[in-house]
Design a protein around this ligand. Structure first.
Ligand SMILES: [Zn+2]
Length: 271
């Protein structure tokens, strides 16, 4: 862990998730309680925000961004990304989604490649490390795992900027084992969902905003000190691989963080 964290000037939250049960304003208030409301700003979807204010219609047109984002689509989760030229239909889809929001959850994106396309839009003083950029999206994002040679869905990709996916929270961490055993045994998916209600996360889950608070704090910590995770299963910074672990870490005890992180976040917030 680095001993001297970055000074924090502004946390920019980009409201691109477009799902009803995710409330970016509540996330803004949450971060504001820790870091001060003046250091949190809610903005429109990331690409829309960074194309418009600068009026940069040269190399970074909507068309070129849509094209670059298309190239981050994973065609086959068992093969590493091959950046192919998009077909006209895919391109029209991405243009529409950038302009109007709404994304098909079936499309799977390489999270690190997507992050790179976002990074190219950051310019000027906002490239300073005093700014934290957190992009909310409903795109399904994943990372390539060399050990089992396939992509895995992710809730978040931390970095510059950080990306947090409201689809990833449903598709990333594994559901309870009984769910998969039940499906294999031929049980009805809806019945299983009812039986296991509360132990896993679905798209309409009213707890979504609350569940994502820890991921947002992980993104901020990653930016400030390079270490976003905690081993304590009751701390919001726990790196959950199962949805039940995630629900416990985010909603379990009512406490925000373990003692160590409670102290650390306060210290960082005071800088
Ligand atoms: Zn902790």
């Amino acid at each position: 862990m680095k001993s001297i964290p970055q000074n924090l000037r502004l946390i920019c939250l980009y409201d691109g998730a477009g799902v009803e049960n995710f409330d970016v304003c509540r996330i803004g208030e949450y971060l504001g309680q820790w870091f001060g409301p003046d250091r949190v700003q809610i903005r429109p979807e990331f690409v829309r925000h960074h194309l418009r204010p600068h009026g940069r219609m040269g190399e970074h047109t909507l068309e070129s961004r849509a094209r670059d984002i298309c190239k981050t689509r994973i065609e086959d989760p068992a093969k590493p990304l091959e950046k192919r030229e998009p077909n006209p239909q895919q391109l029209a889809q991405e243009r529409k989604w950038l302009l109007e929001g709404g994304v098909n959850r079936e499309v799977f994106y390489d999270g690190l490649a997507l992050q790179q396309t976002y990074l190219e839009l950051l310019v000027g003083e906002e490239t300073s490390l005093e700014f934290v950029h957190i992009v909310f999206t409903n795109r399904l994002i994943g990372t390539w795992d060399q050990s089992d040679r396939r992509y895995h869905a992710r809730v978040s990709i931390y970095g510059w900027p950080s990306i947090i996916s409201t689809t990833g929270i449903v598709e990333g961490p594994a559901k309870p084992r009984e769910y998969y055993f039940g499906l294999m045994a031929g049980l009805d998916e809806k019945d299983l969902q009812e039986e296991l209600a509360g132990r896993f996360v679905d798209y309409s889950d009213p707890r979504l905003t609350e569940l994502l608070k820890g991921y947002i704090m992980q993104a901020v910590l990653y930016h400030l000190i390079g270490e976003p995770f905690c081993d304590n299963p009751d701390c919001r910074l726990f790196n959950a691989h199962w949805q039940e672990q995630m629900i416990r870490a985010q909603l379990g005890t009512g406490a925000e963080f373990c003692h160590r992180h409670q102290k650390l976040v306060r210290e960082l917030a005071d800088k």
